[in-house]
Design a protein around this ligand. Sequence first.
Ligand code: TGC
Ligand code: FAD
Length: 392
Amino acid sequence: MKADQFQAPDYYNLDDLLSDEHKMVRDAAREWVKREVSPIIEEAAQKAEFPKQIINGLAEIGAFGPYIPEEYGGAGLDQISYGLIMQEIERGDSGVRSTASVQSSLVMYPIFKYGTEEQKKKYLPKLASGEMMGCFGLTEPDHGSNPSGMTTTFKDNGDHYLLNGAKMWISNAPFADIAVVWAKNEEGRIYGLIVERGMEGFTTPETHNKWSLRASATGELVFNNVKVPKENLMPEKSGLGAPLGCLDSARYGIAWGAIGAAMDCYDTALRYAKEREQFGKPIASFQLQQKKLAEMITEITKAQLLAWRLGVMRNEGTATSAQISMAKRNNVEMAINIAREARQVLGGMGITGEYSIMRHSMNLESVITYEGTHDIHLLITGADITGIPAFQ
Ligand code: TGC
Ligand code: FAD
């Protein structure tokens, strides 16, 4: 793969809207990605292996629990810093960002928000340092967009719960030490349970043959009469709103992350277009290539402003779930379109692993599907503006 020459586009001087701390956090993540992710990521994706050696570095740049308070091992940062870290990591690879998103928003966040004090003390510091890795089990083989239909259940069995069922498409499952699992009790009420690797009857078979997110490990969670200690139930929130609350945080991170992937594609295409000559001139001098590049920077700039404004509202605590859905949907579509156009600017070279564009393009097919599909987010906006849910 070519050396990483990334230069971040900032057409509307977004840096002027960031604090010194934001820029410091962002620049540290950017440097780390350049140094530790870019040199190894293409090979990891080609081999379909999650590069475990980067776990410590992710923890060091604050990617595990950026906004979790320091007393629990988190970085105690604000929502814009969290977004900027996700942007920089996804600039490297969406699969690496997935690992950070899951650890922070889907494992640490529910333990922090819905867990007991003992659970917070037991798990959060180890998750923040990367000593322990987690995954999040909501999706099931027959319940993806409609998680409320889940059939994974737990029963009160005296001094423990008995957990049965299966989850699929679970990021980090093959190597996670713990799983935050959403299941129904005997009354049909959804709760989150912390399931630890090694509990009898709990297995995590890996999902193979992915053309997308190849540097991220995906698997199933299978529960066959797993005895879960009662103290592993997170008591502070129940119902579908509990997992959906975690998704709000992760979807917000994706709205920023997708900008990173788009920036990398744009920057690569711009540099290539200025260097590559055809018909005796750089291809950047042709109007058709300029149209592509000009439209890319326009869309990136709009997405940056959307994410920044959403971050301000998240910091104030005023952002709605529907506003988060709009940003996730818009920014991922923006990135996937830019990846496709950028690949064309590179001609045949665009399909090779010499450049990052094809990998981003394939990764974004997962990003546009997970954390709520493109269609589901459109329907969330539709329901919000009309007051009429059209999901069923
Ligand atoms: P609905 O009746 O609308 O809502 C049920 C309850 O939940 C509340 N609620 C929310 N709460 C917090 N945050 C949100 N975003 C919320 N959305 C809804 C709602 O108020 C209600 O509360 P209550 O108290 O009245 O019970 O539920 P529904 O069954 O009609 O479904 C709505 C729908 C389709 C929008 C929702 O289920 C949905 O978002 N589906 C998409 C599923 C999804 O996103 N799955 C993601 C799985 S995890 C993942 O993909 C991780 S990838 C990780 C990576 O690698 O980065
Ligand atoms: P389906 O729900 O079957 O949808 C299929 C199609 O039907 C989609 O186009 C969808 O938009 C459309 N559709 C569905 N309902 C409607 C409707 N009401 N109206 C109109 N169209 C509709 N899940 C987790 O729990 N944890 C994870 O860590 C995780 N990681 C993932 C990693 C990867 C690489 C992938 C690909 C997925 C991951 N997921 C995870 C699962 C992901 O959230 C689901 O794939 C997603 O929510 C969609 O569910 P589904 O695949 O079952 O598709």
